[in-house]
Design a binder for this molecule. Structure first.
Ligand code: NAD
Ligand code: TYD
Length: 356
């Protein structure tokens, strides 16, 4: 039995499905169901007793403490967070509330539980904190990729709040001996990603013949990892990772945003030739840049490869094809998530973003 937080979000729900399929194990899924949490993602587990869903906040220490005592998990995997950079720019408060204070309260409840365990259970317990490469800041074109010893230099309120949570997690190991591990992963893509992030936004806009908004010159670079590979990496870290360590996770797949647009559109041209506007790439629209937009992220994943024998299985071309197919086959899911709250976000973020 493990406790997963944020398991109704994009990566969390992929992880919950992956965990139950790959290990057969049970889990408690604690999720506040913010705009980003969606139980539709877990519909296939509705009648599966291995998935125990609890709607609640990681900042609610008494709830977390109760769940820990009741279910006696051997590990906690903390996905719960506010995760979108643009939202953190327009409203940073929620990011501090959940990513900083929420993680603090979760750590406090975990510490109390962990200290009550018998020696052998105490030794094998793990608190795995899922973080991002954005804590390392922005790279120049010629800089080497981020390693685990790259100094933190977060640039957005999102990245700063994740950096703060990473520091708290580290301190709970250093001070109290809590057996933590932190993972810092690059940009994920794949099924169930909320269409506020670049790749699903491109897919859902393109099939409706709507503009594909590209911030600035479109030459910002991200490293992209298929979400199933991230889930496999987290399983490897839980099983074999060294306590107190951090592991960088990446896809060895740096792409500029324009390359991402071209790849997604080329796949859509093949798989969805009936769209209102063809070729899909003709919908590309350069819009006002994101303030403080990080230029480049890249990950050196040699530590996890060397120590835990993990490597990504999916390459970018195949992963994008799978992802586009998934969205085309789940247009009902897309309709459902593009409800009232989503429309409000699109107006807020893109309404005042004039074309350049
Ligand atoms: P997401 O926004 O899709 O999902 C977040 C989930 O957390 C949602 O289900 C939401 O309801 C839940 N949640 C939010 N606040 C909560 C709270 N206070 N208590 C309990 N649940 C709460 O995010 P994601 O893209 O799946 O990212 C998951 C984690 O992975 C985050 O910690 C993020 O920083 C990290 N990460 C994401 C990426 C990426 O590319 N998406 C890359 C690296 C790391
Ligand atoms: P995003 O998916 O928000 O992830 P992150 O900012 O965490 O890397 O954005 C990925 C890249 O795509 C980033 O450089 C910003 C850019 N982008 C656009 O150009 N247009 C958009 O509408 C969005 C959402 C992102």
């Amino acid at each position: 039995m493990i406790l997963v937080t944020g398991g109704a979000g994009f990566i969390g729900s992929n992880f919950v499905l992956d965990w139950i399929t790959q290990t057969g194990g049970a889990l408690v899924n604690l999720d506040k169901l913010t705009y980003a949490g969606n139980l539709e993602n877990l519909k296939s587990l509705q009648k599966d007793s291995r998935h125990i869903f609890v709607k609640g906040d990681i900042a609610d220490s008494s709830l977390v403490r109760k769940l820990l005592l009741q279910h006696q998990p051997t590990a906690i995997v903390n996905f719960a967070a506010e995760s979108h950079v643009d939202r953190s720019i327009l409203g940073p408060g929620d990011f501090i509330t959940t990513n900083v204070n929420g993680t603090f309260h979760l750590l406090e409840a975990t510490r109390a539980y962990w200290e009550s365990l018998a020696a052998d259970k105490k030794r094998s317990f793990r608190f795995l904190h899922v973080s991002t490469d954005e804590v390392y800041g922005s790279l120049g074109a010629e800089d080497p990729p981020f390693t685990e010893s790259t100094p933190y230099a977060p640039n957005s309120p999102y990245a700063a709040s994740k950096a703060a949570s990473d520091h708290l997690v580290r301190a709970y190991h250093h001070t109290y001996g809590l057996p933590i591990i932190t993972t810092n992963c690059s940009n994920n893509y794949g099924p169930y990603q909320f269409p506020e992030k670049l790749i699903p936004l491109l897919i859902v806009n393109a099939i409706k013949g709507q503009p594909l908004p590209i911030y600035g010159d479109g030459l910002n670079i991200r490293d992209w990892l298929y979400v199933a590979d991230h889930c496999a990496a987290i399983r490897a870290v839980l099983a074999r990772g060294r306590v107190g360590e951090t592991y960088n996770i990446g896809g060895d797949s740096e792409k500029s945003n324009l390359e991402v647009v071209r790849t997604v559109c080329a796949v859509l041209d093949q798989l969805h030739p009936d769209s209102p506007v063809i070729p899909h790439a003709s919908l590309t629209a350069f819009v006002k840049d994101r303030p403080g937009h990080d230029r480049r992220y890249a990950i050196d994943a040699s530590k996890i490869q060397r120590e835990l024998d993990w490597e990504p299985e999916q390459n970018f071309a195949k992963g994008i094809r799978e992802t586009v197919k998934w969205y085309l086959n789940h247009l009902d899911w897309v309709e459902q998530v593009q409800s009232g709250e989503y429309r409000k976000w699109i107006d807020l973020n893109y309404g005042g973003r004039q074309l350049i």
